[in-house]
Design a protein around this ligand. Structure first.
Ligand SMILES: [Zn+2]
Length: 360
């Protein structure tokens, strides 16, 4: 049975999402989660996945959501971030079926101070659920890794109880991922804090599984957000295998298999193929990709500009003649498309790295 026999194309939620992650774990691959900020980037990511015949995850960060709605809108009370995430999710729901692949709509890191954003998205999920029997988003992420483990688990569990009736999945983060993202700076933390302990994973698993089986865990194993020289921080994806073994041992005969936990890989930019492989073989089902795809989009536009520079200096006049028009070079559909094509290649590379090619 292929994935296409198990999960229908279009937006995937609830039991189908769990089946998708189960299938990925069983077949030893993970799905890239690409941060999108516009319809252009969404289309490129969908096109990339369609052409390698694979499922894909599109996610919106808090800042990316606000950008989607428009930088001109006020966002003091998270209103633009709420609006943008909802608009992005609705856009994906409209176009995803045309691409014929399973698509997961997810919201990225939400720290404690951003909870009003989370609440706003959940309200939209509940409204959508009333009408369609499923949430608007497939899943959301709460990042309370800055808080104590107890508070982290407590707040996550509270939200899980609200999300469980509509079968919306929660991704949580435990331990500290180095680097900087969306204003949370962890560049100076001690390296011991960069590795989650197996007991922490079990505490989370135990609390959450009393509510639902729709949750994933982003554990810290020396990963770093963004691209920068991490100094003495070393990636140890084999630790995830130890976590799986520990949880399995605690579960005893109730363990469904050798990998009871769905892990998520954050801060993976610059990881080697070997490190990614090890992470996936230890039960990572989702890997965030943002920094490298941002660069790819820009690089496509940059290369286009450099190769057509003489045609991009004025509306009329280029090396072929003073009266020659340049519209076909400065039309946004041309240079934005160059960014999309470069992004498509990078997303397909991420799919290859994660074994997510021809997985339908
Ligand atoms: Zn993270």
């Amino acid at each position: 049975m292929g994935l296409a026999d198990i999960v229908p194309p279009g937006v995937v939620t609830g039991d189908n999402l769990r089946k998708l992650f189960d299938y990925a774990q069983e077949h030893n691959f993970a799905i890239p989660a690409v941060n999108c900020t516009s319809t252009s980037t969404i289309n490129a990511v969908l096109e990339a996945a369609r052409d390698v015949k694979a499922p894909i995850i599109i996610q919106f960060s808090n800042g990316g959501s606000a950008f989607f709605a428009g930088k001109g809108l006020p966002n003091k009370n998270q209103e633009a971030s709420i609006l943008g995430a909802i608009a992005g999710a609705k856009y994906i729901r409209e176009v995803a079926p045309a691409y014929g692949i399973p698509v997961v709509i997810h919201s990225d890191h939400c720290a404690k101070k951003l909870l009003p954003w989370f609440d706003g998205m959940l309200e939209a999920d509940e409204a959508y659920f009333k009408e369609h029997g499923e949430p608007l988003f497939s899943s959301h992420m709460l990042d309370l890794s800055e808080e104590s483990k107890e508070e982290n688990i407590e707040i996550c569990t509270k939200y899980l109880k609200r999300m469980a009736p509509m079968k919306c999945l929660l991704e949580m983060e435990i331990g500290i991922t180095g680097g900087e993202e969306d204003g949370v700076n962890n560049e100076d933390v001690e390296s011991a804090a960069l590795y989650t302990q197996p007991e922490d994973i079990w505490d989370i698993y135990k609390a959450f599984s009393q509510v639902t089986d729709l949750f994933t865990i982003a554990a810290a194993f020396g990963n770093v957000h963004g691209v920068y020289k991490p100094g003495n921080v070393k990636l140890h994806p084999e630790l995830l295998g130890k976590h799986q073994a520990y949880v399995k041992e605690q579960l005893g005969s109730k363990a469904k298999n050798d990998k009871p936990v769905f892990f998520v890989f954050h801060g993976g930019s610059g990881s080697t193929e070997e490190e990614i492989k090890t992470a996936v073989s230890n039960g990572v089902v989702k890997m965030n990709v943002d920094t490298d795809t941002q660069w790819a989009y820009w690089q496509g536009i940059k290369d286009f500009y450099e190769s057509k520079k003489a045609y991009l200096q004025s509306q009329v006049g280029n090396p072929e003649g003073e009266d020659k028009p340049n519209k076909k070079y400065y039309d946004p559909r041309v240079w934005i498309r160059a960014g999309e094509q470069s992004l498509i290649k990078r997303v397909q590379q991420a799919c290859k790295d994660l074994g997510n090619v021809n997985t339908l």
